[in-house]
Design a protein around this ligand. Structure first.
Ligand code: ZN
Ligand code: ZN
Length: 350
């Protein structure tokens, strides 16, 4: 130890800090932690979201309180082992109190501070709500069917996938619907976000097959950049997964969607083929999935089974599908070419 050392402030003997202060002088000169008495914040009056790190989000009040504290808390440099404890106490709709303790060490000495902070909330309107109120939209989605009018049921299932997406993507404030309604042959929507619209389009194609046509319209200039609006036109095919279609005088099950068209499976034997959307325009639906029935097997032998005709309750014999495993208690049948036919791909309980 340097026997000549003394506190530069009061002349006391060691121990001294790295800046040659005794403990008492260090404590006098140190503000270990600082936080304002009042913190102002804004809340969107329309959607109740708060701005956190430049994004408007839904956040739990207590979490938000901690976040505001982190934004405003200053701890002296060189502090170690810092621990912050916050108790959140709501007062009314617009005010809350934070009881804060900050503990830590400086130069090997323990420090502990307490603070009471008032959080005051004022009204604002977030950018998404501003745009929503101004009927802002970036993209249009047109839902159509190939060659016919979309049925209400189809429309409901197509539209339902957007609700799924909005639920999953709640955190993006631009994911909103500006306007929607029926048009001849389908349904149109105006949406707040291009990326939402594109994501939805991909989901529609994945789920229901079909094609998307994309076009952009120039609507103006902003900061020297062209501002465009996107129009996506979705065409749902006239057939769905599980439907039996006739193509080139063969019957096929629609078994999967690929990018360029559906995958078809032969009814009679294990054969799959990919077909383009264009080629499928020549296909006709022979038996929709909704019209197919699952029936109990009354008797079976190696090649056929007796089942009850679901329409007139007479016993009919149908050939077993090629993938029949010989023990299933039921079959899926479709009325095709004037008679009931058992379809492959049915998973039956034994
Ligand atoms: Zn001193
Ligand atoms: Zn808002």
């Amino acid at each position: 130890m340097d026997s000549g050392a003394f506190c530069v402030a009061c002349g006391a003997q060691p121990p001294l800090t790295s800046k040659r202060l005794c403990e008492a002088c260090l404590r006098v000169r140190t503000t270990f932690s600082k936080v304002p008495d009042r913190i102002q914040q804004e809340r969107c009056a329309k959607c109740s979201k708060h701005e956190v790190e430049k994004r408007w989000v839904n956040i739990d009040d207590a979490d938000l309180g901690e976040h505001r504290l982190r934004e405003n808390l200053d701890v002296v440099s060189g502090a170690t082992e810092v621990a912050v404890d916050v108790a959140y106490q709501p007062i009314d709709e617009r005010t809350a109190r934070l009881h804060v303790t900050v503990e830590g060490q400086l130069e090997g000495y323990d420090f502990a501070d307490e603070h009471d902070v008032l959080i005051q909330t004022s009204n604002a309107v977030c950018p998404a709500c501003t745009r929503r109120a101004g009927a802002y939209f970036e993209a249009t989605m047109q839902l159509r069917s190939a060659g016919r009018r979309l049925s209400d049921e189809e429309l409901k299932s197509l539209r339902g996938t957007l609700d799924e997406l909005l639920d999953e993507a709640e955190s993006d404030p631009m994911f909103f619907i500006t306007k929607e309604g029926p048009v001849t042959g389908g349904w149109d929507l105006q949406l707040g976000s291009k990326s939402l619209t594109k994501t939805w389009a991909r989901r529609l194609v994945k789920r229901f097959g079909g094609t998307i046509k994309e076009s952009a319209t120039l609507v103006g200039m902003r900061d020297g950049m062209e501002v465009t609006r996107l129009t996506l036109s979705y065409r749902k095919p006239a057939y769905a997964l599980g439907d039996v279609v006739r193509l080139k005088r063969q019957n096929w099950l629609v078994s999967a969607w690929q990018k360029d068209g559906p995958t078809l499976s032969r009814l009679e034997h294990n054969q799959r083929t990919g077909v383009s959307w264009r080629d499928m325009e020549k296909a006709s639906v022979v038996c929709r999935l909704d019209d197919q029935k699952v029936v109990d097997i009354l008797n079976r032998d190696s090649s056929g089974a007796e089942v009850m005709d679901p329409v007139d309750y007479r016993v009919v014999t149908v050939a077993l599908p090629y993938d029949d495993e010989g023990s299933g208690a039921s079959l899926r049948i479709g009325f095709i070419d004037d008679s009931w036919m058992a379809l492959p791909g049915h998973v039956a309980e034994d």
